[in-house]
Design a protein around this ligand. Sequence first.
Ligand code: ADP
Length: 172
Amino acid sequence: MIIRAILEDITALAVDAIVNAANCSLLGGGGVDGAIHRAAGPELLKACRPLGGCKTGEARITPGFRLSAKYVIHTPGPVWHGGNHREPELLRNCYRNSLELANGRQCRTVAFPGISTGVYSYPLRAASEIAVKTVSEWDGRFPEETIFCCFSREALEIYQEILKYHQTRSLS
Ligand code: ADP
């Protein structure tokens, strides 16, 4: 799989699926969640309502409506409570369950935001390491390309550093 990091607004990406760092209600919120709902239009909320929410670490898929992306995969990340409340495992589940849904819909390209690294306060480096490791280990047929869509230069630099380390290791 091709894995790369870019600095972009995830709502602008023309990929098969973008991942939404949702909350458990799936009814929208602030941060990337709010931006995705605004860009997708009110149909997205209408599609989310009947889903009846989603547990932390699980994932649900809807159409992308007015987005360029065909699908939105919604996954509530863990709130950071110091690291001893299953946060790493739950964050890993977010990535894995999102990839599973992308694979099921044969999505060639998928873009992830930094799940939990905003309002949910997961430390950026630790969260990014889990993101890269979990995606690198994925052995499904799809996606063929995963994009880590960073929203700050700091996040981009961290991802690039981790990716470089992983790619060096996987070549040796
Ligand atoms: P969480 O509640 O999971 O922490 P947030 O939306 O608060 O979710 O933040 C998750 C990450 O998404 C943060 O790193 C934030 O900088 C980033 N982010 C916010 N808006 C966008 C956007 N439009 N595109 C990509 N990333 C975004």
